[in-house]
Design a protein around this ligand. Sequence first.
Ligand SMILES: Nc1ncnc2c1ncn2[C@@H]1O[C@H](COP(=O)(O)OP(=O)(O)OP(=O)(O)O)[C@@H](O)[C@H]1O
Length: 358
Amino acid sequence: MAKINLSGLAHSYMPNPSSDADWALKELNLEWDDGGAYALLGPSGCGKTTLLNIISGLLTPSHGAVLFDDVEVTALPPEQRHIAQVFQFPVVYDTMTVYDNLAFPLRNRGVAEDIVRKRVEEVAEMTDLSATLSKRASGLTADGKQKISLGRGLVREDVNAILFDEPLTVIDPHLKFQLRSKLKELHHRVSNTMIYVTHDQTEALTFADKVVVMNVGEVVQIGTPEELFEVPQHTFVGHFIGSPGMNVLPCTVENGEAIFAGRRIEAVNAAGVSPGQAELGVRPEYVTFAPDGLDARVTRVSDAGRFSVADIECGASRLKMLVREGTEIPAENARIAFDPSSTRLYRDGWLCGRNAAS
Ligand SMILES: Nc1ncnc2c1ncn2[C@@H]1O[C@H](COP(=O)(O)OP(=O)(O)OP(=O)(O)O)[C@@H](O)[C@H]1O
C-alpha cells in the first residue's frame, strides 16, 4: 500500500503539442492517501485511462512525476511498480481452475505453496468464490469471472495500489449493485489504496471516499460525494453529478447582487462578484413553489418515483425542479424560489470566489 503523488503531471500524445486541445491530460497535482478509495469520474475521452496508464507505468508522461510513498517511479516499468489492475473485461485463464487463477499472481512471484493456499482461501471467501475453487473458470458466468479478476487483484499483499478500469461494464445491471457493494466492503477489509475509473456517477459515488471529476483532460474538482453535490466548483460538476443535474441560469450581477428574470436573487457567494454576465447554479432539489417567488410556468411533469421532475419556464430560461409526492403543482400562475443557501454564482463555468461553502 502506498500514498500516491502526481506532481506537475501532463500528457500529450502529440510530439509537439501547441494548443490546449493537444493535451490529453493538462497539468495536474494530486495526492492520494495510503489506503484511500478514489474514483476517477468523467465522460468518454476526458483522460481517465491516460492517467491510469501513467500511474501503472504503461505510459510515460510528457511532463511531471509519479511518486509512491515519496519515491519517484516515473521511469519504472509496470512490473516494478507493484500495481494490481482489474480491467473492463475479465482476464482469466479459462482452462485453469478458479483456485489456480487466483493463485497465479502469487506463484508467478515464487510464493511458497502454503502461503498461496492461505491467501487464495482468504480471497475466495471475500469474493464469494469458495464454493467454486475446484471448478474450471470457463464454466463461470461473466460476473463470476469478473470476481476472479477482482480476487487476482486482491491476492497479492505487496501491491502499492489496485487500479480498476470500468470493472462493471460487462456485468448485468441487476448484478452491478451487488458487485459495487462487494467492492466497497472489500476496501474496508483490505484497506488498500484503490483507484476506480468510471464514467458512471453511481459507481463512483458508491465506491469512493473521494471522487476526482475530470473533463477534457482537466481535473475540475476533487471531493467527497457530498461536496460534489452540495458545492460544485464548476458547472460541469453540477451538471454531471445529480439526476437531473444542476440548473445553470444566465443572470447579471449588479452591485454584488444576482439579477435573474428581473428580480434580485440571493446567492451564497454573490458579495464581491464584479458586475457583468454570470450564471446562477441551483439544483432541482433546491427549487420550490413559493407564493412570493418568480413568475413561472410548468410545462411538463414526469414521474421519477418518490419525486416528480417538473420542467419550468422562468423569464427566458428553462429549468428543472424536483417536486415531492403530494405537492400540488399549479397548472398556471406558478411561482418559484431558489434556496439561498444552495444557490451560487458561476462565471466562465467556475464557481465565483472558489470554495464558497454554504
Ligand atoms: N494512444 C493514443 N494516441 C493518441 N491519442 C490518444 C491515445 N489514447 C487516447 N488518446 C486521446 O486522448 C484523450 C483522452 O483519452 P482517454 O482514453 O485517456 O480518455 P478516457 O476518459 O479514458 O475515455 P474512455 O472512457 O472512452 O476510455 C482523448 O482525446 C483520446 O482520443
